[in-house]
Structures are given as C-alpha cells and as structure tokens.
Design a protein around this ligand. Structure first.
Ligand SMILES: [Zn+2]
Length: 258
C-alpha cells in the first residue's frame, strides 16, 4: 500500500521516493511509488493534485485498492523519483475544503442543517444543506459565526479511530464503511469523517463569503468562496462597482448638464 504522506502532513510539496510498480498501456505510464504526496481524484469531493514526477507532468492521480496510481505521458527510466505537487493549486483546495468543513458545521450548529453533498471545483464551490429554505438574516448569522471561528484561529487536526469508538464523538455525516475511520476535528467544534487535505488552523481559511443560495431538489445549495479566492472575488467586485459608478456619474452629467 502506498504511504500517503498527504494524510500525515498535507504541507509537504516535494519528496523523494521509489517506483514500486509500472505499467504501460494506451501510450501512458501508470506508476506506483512507495510513498506519495499526490492526493487522488474522485475522493471526498476534493480534486486530485497536479504536479510532476522527475519533471514530467502527472496527467491524473487515482486510488487503486489502497495504492495511489500516477498517470504520466512519458516514461521514467530511473527507479528513484522526485515528486512535486503544484502547491498553489493544493493550497487553494485546502482553503476551500477546510472552509467547507467549517461552513457545514455552522449550518448544523445554528439551523440543524446537515450537509448532504459538496463540490469543490476550480471556479465553483458549494454545499447542499438539507433545509428547504433560509432567510437573509440567517445567512448573515452563519457568515458572522463562521468568520468569528476563523479569526479565533482554532486548530484543525485529523486522527484515526476505530469504528466502535465513533459513537463517543459527535460525528456528523456517518457514512462509515471501514473498520478505522479518519476524523477531521475543528477543535471541539466539529468532527467529520474525511480523507481529504486540510489546513492546520481555521485562521488559515482567511475568510468565508457566501455568494449565492439556490433552491435545489427540496434543499438549499450554498455557493461560497474562501481565502485567497475570496480576496480575488472581492477585488473583481470592487472593480466592477467602481466602473459602474463612473458610468453612472458620466450618464448623470450628460442627462443633467448644468
Ligand atoms: Zn475534509
């Protein structure tokens, strides 16, 4: 089984490893290494990592019966390899994903809304919450509460427990099939089973901003942004706002000349 370094320390951007298995099929190389920092695709709603092995781009990463498979378009001749992930991409997903845990926890705490699905993409991030609707002032309360937890900088930790011990913790979303469960805890506030990569503390999420709430199949879909994405979003909205104000002032000058 591949040693999954990203579970122990998701901040490692580069490691040296060894190829333990290689397969050539349809012009692609399928490589397993003794350890990896590459988070796989199609797991926990968090996209897989981008990056390189010995400088060759990794086209896809997936899990195969406990092993991680890296798909490359070129062969690697040496057994010794250097794995590097695209850190900017990973750090962004860690901010969105950790923010998702926090936002889900706050929906649950304030309005008993259980998160029944989530999506983290390059542009879009949302959670589906099993409440039929929500009021404007309730959204404000959720944002305020979530951001206060960010500024209080609570620790985020992960650990593995036995399935029979799960009932001792207030775990949300119990979709528990394995005998050992990985729990991601926001310091006494929230306990979720998750195999993704998370930040060390809520402060690193930076900010959570809810962008849009829609009705979706009897529940609500909550679109949001966290951290650096939120800063970029704010910058683009501020620019849009400035341009609109300038256009409005110009229009008023033309229609009401002194
Ligand atoms: Zn997670």
């Amino acid at each position: 089984m591949t040693e999954k370094i990203f579970l122990e320390n998701p901040y490692i951007r580069q490691i040296n490893g060894r190829i333990v298995h290689k397969k050539y099929m349809n012009n692609k190389y399928y490589i397993k290494t003794n350890k990896t920092i590459f988070y796989p695709n199609l797991s926990d709603g968090q996209p897989g990592d981008k990056g390189t092995i010995n400088g060759i781009p990794v086209l896809d990463v997936y899990e195969d019966d406990g092993d991680i498979v890296h798909v490359l378009g070129e062969n690697i001749l040496s057994d010794k390899v250097e794995l590097s992930i695209d850190w900017e991409n990973r750090a962004d997903y860690m901010q969105q994903h950790s923010g998702q845990h926090l936002l889900s926890a706050v929906f649950y705490k304030l309005y008993n809304g259980e998160t029944i699905g989530f999506y983290i993409g390059k542009e879009l991030v949302y959670i589906d919450v099993d409440i039929p609707s929500i009021e404007e002032d309730e959204i404000d309360k959720i944002e305020e509460f979530a951001n206060k937890i960010i500024y209080s900088n609570f620790s985020i930790k992960s650990y593995t427990i036995k399935k029979e011990d799960v009932s001792r913790l207030p775990v949300r979303n119990e979709s528990l099939e394995n005998s050992r469960i990985r729990i991601v805890e926001i310091d006494g506030i929230d306990f979720s089973p998750c195999g993704g990569t998370h930040l060390r503390s809520t402060g690193e999420i930076g900010i959570i901003k809810i962008k849009k709430i829609q009705s979706h199949k009897g529940h609500i879909r909550v679109e949001f942004v966290c951290g650096y994405r939120a800063l970029k979003d704010y910058a683009s909205l501020a620019k849009e706002n400035r341009i609109l104000k300038e256009k409005l002032a110009e229009y008023e000058k033309q229609t009401n000349p002194e």
